[in-house]
Design a protein around this ligand. Structure first.
Ligand code: SF4
Length: 506
């Protein structure tokens, strides 16, 4: 029978070792690369101007050390400052990166939350490094967003009216709590422990009232595009209530535009807004600027493509793409539903022509849809137009025209169009209608299919592999800084293989 050696170290037991820290960073690894390039190839002297301790004050932890530690921690899915601090004390690679410096967690937290402008500069330098390694193609880009909660509770959100009601409820709760306590005190039921509990609860309610009250004193409702009052947040008013795949969250959407060649992120921004689409022009400006900064201005002869999902579809966005020299491929939200199982394109609202003089629509079969009145749906006024049942019963295109399977089986009414007032369909020559025509061709459907492979792996990497499931900061600038740090980590992760190959060949 085989005999094996027994270890002298029990599981979980600590041992004393004599260690050469630089030998812990193995060539070819992510940590070895960041140790070599940060502070050398990637110049981080921008941080120096913040330190004013040349004559007085204690020596600071070098930013190069902090940046290496934070990037290494984020790469390994650790984004809490306390956990990063623990890592620097216990992990041998983190110790090698920090040259065994003792770093307090507040120093780490402070570095991440105050250096948002400097992080932007580092993002640009990392992008330059990616370009030098030949990782950026510059021909096709795709954009998308990751919706994440931030350091604010959705419970603290509301319009001015809602928050005033919440304040009133809190006041009543505090009063009732006090009354109950006084009554029990008279009856001799309050001992030392209960008194302490009462005081703690009163303090919590007092702080809550004070917080809402001070917020309300200078508050005006944020107004949405449709003129409706939007919810503000008492803790972080720059965050927004956002619909995410996990339900409604209080947070930000991290937007990124990535390049097709190696999924390098060429620009990244975080916004406290539920409407990703409205930020596309800003993102494109930033792509143009960053590509110029790395010496790769966009080719005007062969405009690069920008692929986005239906959240970015609008006439304004298509125009913005055109103006900035991009060829946009952006389907609208009906695109998926437009083809039935056999690949036949169904009619949608844009196939119906509006006749201004008659104030009625004409269907693709040339039949009229008359105005039948108005109705209120979800607080918005809509106009109802309807074709005659006789026309529709005899129509050879009925199954293409009526999307509902149930209605297709029982034709007892003519086709209805219900249109929100002021939102009439885009006209025939509009960019949206041209986009629909393009996307009905196989060529553009094939081109658009690349969107998933260009941008989705980026979000999978950041959200799943790097474990970013919430922003830990408050305020747009700080959250933006944290989002860009994650994008830096993603981009650097893409560089390891090529960087090492180049080093081997040099
Ligand atoms: S189903 Fe009715 S509305 Fe639709 S195309 Fe045919 S006739 Fe026109």
């Amino acid at each position: 029978m085989a005999r094996y050696r027994q270890s002298n170290v029990a599981p979980g037991e600590s041992i004393l070792l004599s260690v050469n820290l630089s030998e812990q960073l193995l060539p070819g690894t992510f940590e070895h690369m960041i140790n070599e390039i940060i502070g050398t190839i990637i110049n981080i002297s921008i941080f120096d101007q913040k330190y004013k301790n040349d004559k007085t004050g204690a020596s600071a932890v070098p930013p190069v050390v902090l940046l290496k530690l934070i990037i290494y921690s984020y790469f390994n899915g650790i984004n809490s400052s306390r956990r990063i601090c623990k890592l620097s004390q216990e992990n041998i690679i983190a110790k090698a990166l920090t040259t065994d410096m003792s770093i307090h967690w507040t120093t780490i937290a402070n570095f991440i939350s105050t250096n948002f402008e400097e992080i932007k500069d580092i993002f640009a330098k990392v992008l330059m490094f990616c370009n030098e390694l030949g990782l950026i193609g510059g021909e096709d880009f795709a954009s998308d967003g990751l919706r994440l909660p931030s350091n604010a509770s959705i419970e603290n959100s509301g319009t001015k009216e809602q928050l005033e009601k919440r304040l009133e409820i809190c006041r009543k709760m505090a009063e009732k709590h006090l009354e109950r306590h006084l009554r029990k005190d008279k009856e001799g039921e309050i001992d030392e422990q209960k008194q302490e509990k009462f005081e703690k609860r009163q303090e919590v309610l007092r702080q809550r009232i004070e917080k809402i009250n001070s917020f309300l004193s200078g508050m005006e409702d944020k107004i949405g595009k449709g003129g409706q009052a939007l919810q503000s947040n008492v803790t972080d008013n720059e965050s927004a209530v956002i619909k995410s795949p996990k339900g409604f969250i209080q947070g930000y959407v991290g937007l990124a535009v990535s390049d097709k060649k190696n999924q390098i992120i060429v620009t990244a921004e975080a916004h406290g807004s539920s409407n990703e689409g409205e930020h596309l022009p800003g993102l494109l400006d930033s792509v143009v600027e960053n590509m110029e900064a790395i010496g790769r201005p966009l080719d005007k002869e062969n405009p690069p493509r920008i692929l986005c999902d239906a959240n970015f579809s609008s006439e304004d966005n298509l125009k913005a793409c055109e103006e900035r020299g991009f060829e946009a491929i952006i389907p609208d939200c009906q695109e998926k539903r437009r083809l039935d199982e056999s690949g036949v394109r169904k009619f949608d609202i844009n196939d119906f022509k509006y006749d201004q003089t008659e104030k009625q629509f004409e269907c693709p079969q040339g039949k009229p849809l008359e105005h039948k009145g108005s109705a209120n749906f979800r607080g918005k006024e809509h106009d109802i137009y309807q074709a005659s049942a006789k026309d529709c019963k005899a129509c050879p295109d009925f199954s293409r025209c009526t999307w509902s399977k149930k209605k297709q089986d029982e034709i007892n009414q003519g086709r209805k169009l219900i249109i929100q007032k002021g939102k009439e369909p885009s006209s025939e020559g509009s960019l949206c209608s041209k986009m629909r025509q393009k996307l009905s061709t196989e060529e553009y459907q094939e081109k658009y299919a690349y969107r998933i492979q260009i941008v989705e792996p980026v979000f999978a990497n950041i959200g799943y592999c790097k474990g970013l499931d919430r922003f830990t900061l408050r305020g747009k600038k700080k959250v933006n800084g944290q989002w860009q740090l994650y994008c830096i980590v993603h981009n650097l992760g893409k560089c390891v293989k090529v960087y090492n190959e180049r080093k081997r060949c040099a």
